[in-house]
Design a protein around this ligand. Structure first.
Ligand code: NAD
Ligand code: TDX
Length: 332
């Protein structure tokens, strides 16, 4: 398997995967990306031109998808509408891209018998109480809360059905919250870092006690590659790095890293239906495929991420004003 078609490769996690893949294998990569507001060509700067190309297009375009899938050994499907807050203000592109887009890819890999890896999220399992001793495993029932997570859940179920009914050679991974370079400033960690770099204050939804299970995007990429190389067809693997922190703690860590008082933040309107806690048990991935996170220390990974945003203002500056204007209009 040496030629990869990576959908959504100009987004946050997809671009991290493409950098990882090209630096540690001799694979060739085609990125198929619509370049929505979330896609950024600059995230793919510096890649080897003889092994990489970007095709701007929509995963719902069946003709284009068919042509591209036919010519590759493996499809890694990252493309999605990914932001929960946007899914509350307009669910329509979420249904189209996340459900119809995945269906379009599945039909093409079925026709051409191409290996498929499906990228998904822990949000398909719903949320946990703060004191629940259990974490999500591969057998936790699906119970999504938001338009975003329900469309991701729908796409996962399509993959499972295409494996069972049509013997599509697919694997699925459900990962926890990612952080790292190239993440859009609409998302929690980059929003707060860039607010502080701009002399403003972090914005915490509600009381800030919601817990997320953080993993560095590079550790996610290494896990995905491992599953593609050695995972069992038809299986689902959960990816997580034991990185549970509540939002208030993360904001305080960011403020401290940037030399500001730890209480220098605002509480803003909470998200409708806001999931309380996510937590992943990644025993299967670790035991079966020998994966371990390299960024086991969240504080160190966060420090490196703060540095990246400090050094790469030219990358994030063009997104910042529009993003904050939308949040301001929502009282967030
Ligand atoms: P992102 O929003 O940063 O990137 C999504 C990319 O998909 C963008 O480049 C965008 O242009 C592209 N895209 C959107 N619609 C498209 C379409 N119709 N056709 C082609 N390209 C299209 O998202 P992300 O945070 O990098 O997430 C990538 C994947 O990982 C998603 O499937 C998401 O559900 C999953 N995931 C994300 C996280 C996280 O913490 N961000 C955690 C677990 C899983
Ligand atoms: O300004 C903010 N203040 C705040 O308190 C923002 C943007 C978010 N939050 C809270 C909401 C969540 O509890 O921070 C937490 C993280 O928020 P997001 O970055 O929007 O992520 P989340 O909703 O947890 O979803 C993310 O992880 C799972 C990704 O966006 C999804 O694509 C992925 O599936």
């Amino acid at each position: 398997m040496n030629s990869y078609l990576v959908t959504g490769g100009a987004g946050f996690i997809g671009s991290n995967f493409v950098h990882h893949l090209l630096s540690c294998t001799d694979a060739t990569v085609t990125v198929l990306d619509k370049l929505t507001y979330a896609g950024n060509k600059a995230s793919l700067d510096g890649l080897p031109a003889d092994r990489f190309r970007l095709v701007q297009g929509d995963i719902c375009d069946a003709e284009l998808v068919d042509e591209l899938v036919r010519d590759h050994d493996v499809v890694v499907h990252y493309a999605a509408e990914s932001h929960n807050d946007n899914s509350l203000s307009d669910p329509s592109p979420f249904v189209q891209t996340n459900v119809v887009g995945t269906f379009t890819l599945l039909e093409a890999v079925r026709r051409h018998d191409v290996r498929y890896h499906h990228i998904s999220t822990d949000e398909v399992y719903g949320d946990l109480e703060l004191d629940d001793p259990h974490r999500f495993t591969e057998s936790t029932p699906y119970n999504p809360s938001s338009p975003y997570s329900s469309t991701k859940a729908g796409s996962d179920l399509l993959v499972r059905a295409w494996v069972r009914s049509f013997k599509v050679a697919a694997t699925i991974s459900n990962c926890s919250n990612n952080y790292g370079p190239y993440q859009h400033v609409e998302k929690f960690i980059p929003r707060q870092i860039t607010n502080v770099l701009d002399g403003g204050r972090p914005k915490l939804y509600g009381a800030g006690l919601n817990v997320r299970d953080w993993i560095h995007a590079e550790d996610h990429s290494r896990a995905v590659l491992r599953i593609i190389e050695a995972g069992r067809i038809g299986e689902t693997y959960l990816i997580g790095a034991d990185g549970e922190h509540n939002n208030k703690d993360v904001v305080e860590m960011i403020l401290e890293l940037l030399g500001r008082p730890r209480d220098d933040y605002d509480h803003v309107n909470d998200r409708a239906g806001h999931d309380l806690r996510y937590a992943i048990d990644s025993t299967k991935l670790r035991a079966e495929l020998g994966w371990r996170p390299e960024f086991a220390d969240f504080a160190a990974g966060l420090k490196a991420t703060v540095e990246w945003y400090r050094e790469n203002e030219a990358w994030w500056r063009p997104q910042k004003n529009d993003t904050e204007a939308k949040y301001r209009a929502a009282g967030q």
